[in-house]
Ligand binder design. Structure first.
Ligand SMILES: C[S@@+](CC[C@H](N)C(=O)[O-])C[C@H]1O[C@@H](n2cnc3c(N)ncnc32)[C@H](O)[C@@H]1O
Length: 417
């Protein structure tokens, strides 16, 4: 039975990897395996993610033993088997047999390749030096920007962090603890290892929500107070809306996507919190009364989340960045126009690209005379994360001994008085 489940998970993982090759993200494919039992779906997702995290290393090992490049489906079978044996420590005989059957299942070409799959994987199983292979490099459009901002050593440290799966972080309501969770210096709770979120204590009661430790910082930087009117622009799926509402603020959560806003509403209901949820283009939305403060968590390249989304480097080529940076600048300008004089706003992006973070804020300061950055004074952050312009830059290689954090840039802005 266990073997059958594992075989189903392997087939599922290959289907997900084929989907990524066709341009679909792993989350776009959430329903693709719904015919499988939930445990097999989860395992398929984990296997596909591991292959994507280690693809360049698996390819380097396989290349040493193949005489010519296999077709994409066979290549995925070889990669999956290599990662299972060399990274996940699975026993070679079971993995090789499964890979041979998967290859045979591909039809005539797969039948023809199955002998090669068997021979190559036997050599891969005996390969020495996996641990010494460098982590998968970031795609060049991202890597060049990271190296130019932080240097080669940091780029390598970020790549090492991408290779490690991210732990599960929770943002608790005030005073809540979760048994077995580690409390992080900034107040988030962290659980290591595979965890079924809905089975954790406090899930049904809505005592906490899933949110990376770095993603929890923009709201802490905004410092919402009870009763304040806060506009949460670009709010879905709502982790920051929940934080604002839990702090007692009167929140209007605006997002252009009605489908994503349904998740905000579900999250609010589960956690027993409330906010006005508005489906609108934030560039056009204008409230009747000026908000006291704004959180603008702008759409971005999401390059700070690669350790949670290892498919991202395979789906993007960097060509969308200029459109995103233009949209971010327009969102900043419109959001500032909604604030009263002296009002505060936090701008945040889950991006490693300075164009979407540091450079975006420098440009906003030059467009808006009197606009100022208020440097962060938050418990638990390392002073080295504060940028020369007064923003906060988190990177996946930060807190490497604790399990890392997503890459974010955020800045607290004060409109001219
Ligand atoms: C980074 S996500 C926001 C994450 C969210 N703040 C949270 O903490 O869960 C960016 C969001 O911006 C939304 N978005 C993109 N363009 C928008 C626009 N013009 N107006 C409003 N929302 C927009 C997307 O639908 C997406 O949900």
């Amino acid at each position: 039975m266990a073997k059958q489940g594992l075989d189903r998970a392997r087939s599922g993982a290959l289907r997900l990897l084929a989907g990524v090759r066709d341009g679909l993200s792993l989350s776009d494919q959430a329903g693709a395996l719904k015919a499988l039992p939930p445990a097999d779906q989860a395992r398929a997702g984990r296997l596909a993610a591991e292959v994507l995290r280690h693809q360049s290393r698996a390819d380097a090992v396989i290349a040493a033993y193949v005489s010519r490049k296999p077709n994409p489906q066979v290549a995925d079978i070889l990669r999956l088997a290599a990662v299972e044996m060399l990274e996940l420590g699975a026993a070679a005989h079971g993995v090789v047999d499964a890979a041979v059957s998967l290859s045979r299942g591909l039809g005539q070409k797969g039948q023809a390749a199955s002998g090669m799959v068997n021979a190559v994987l036997r050599k891969v199983a005996a390969h020495n030096g996996w641990a010494g292979l460098p982590p998968q490099p970031m795609p060049s459009w991202l890597r060049e920007s990271v190296v130019s901002a932080h240097g080669e050593t940091v780029a390598q440290a970020i790549e090492a962090a991408h290779q490690a799966a991210a732990p599960l972080d929770l943002t608790p309501k005030p005073g809540v603890t979760v048994e077995g969770a580690q409390e992080l210096p900034t107040g988030s709770l962290r659980l290591h290892g595979p965890v079924q979120v809905s089975a954790l204590p406090g899930f049904a009661a809505g005592d906490w929500w899933v949110q990376d430790a770095a993603a929890a910082l923009p709201v802490r930087l905004l410092d919402p107070r009870p009763g304040e009117r806060i506009a949460d622009l670009c709010a879905a799926p709502g982790g920051k809306t929940l934080q604002l509402a839990a702090a007692g603020a009167r929140v209007t959560a605006v997002d252009v996507s009605p489908a994503r806003l349904r998740r905000v509403a579900e999250n609010l209901t589960r956690c027993g919190l409330s906010a006005d949820v508005v489906a609108a283009d934030a560039l056009e939305w204008r409230p009747d009364a000026a908000p006291d403060a704004i959180l603008l968590d702008a759409p971005c390249s999401a390059t700070g989340t690669i350790r949670r989304h290892p498919d991202l480097p395979f789906l993007r080529d960097g060509s969308g960045i200029p459109v995103l940076t233009q949209l971010q600048a327009r969102l900043i300008d419109h959001a500032l126009s909604l604030l009263p004089p002296g009002g505060r706003m936090v701008y945040a992006v889950c991006s490693l690209l300075p164009d979407e973070g540091e450079i975006q804020i420098a440009a906003a300061l030059s467009r808006h005379p009197g606009l100022a950055v208020v440097p962060p004074a938050l418990p638990g952050i390392d002073p080295s994360w504060i940028t020369p312009e007064g923003g906060l830059r988190s990177r996946p290689d930060h807190w490497s001994d604790l399990g890392g954090m997503d890459g974010f840039f955020m800045a607290r802005l004060r409109k001219a008085g």
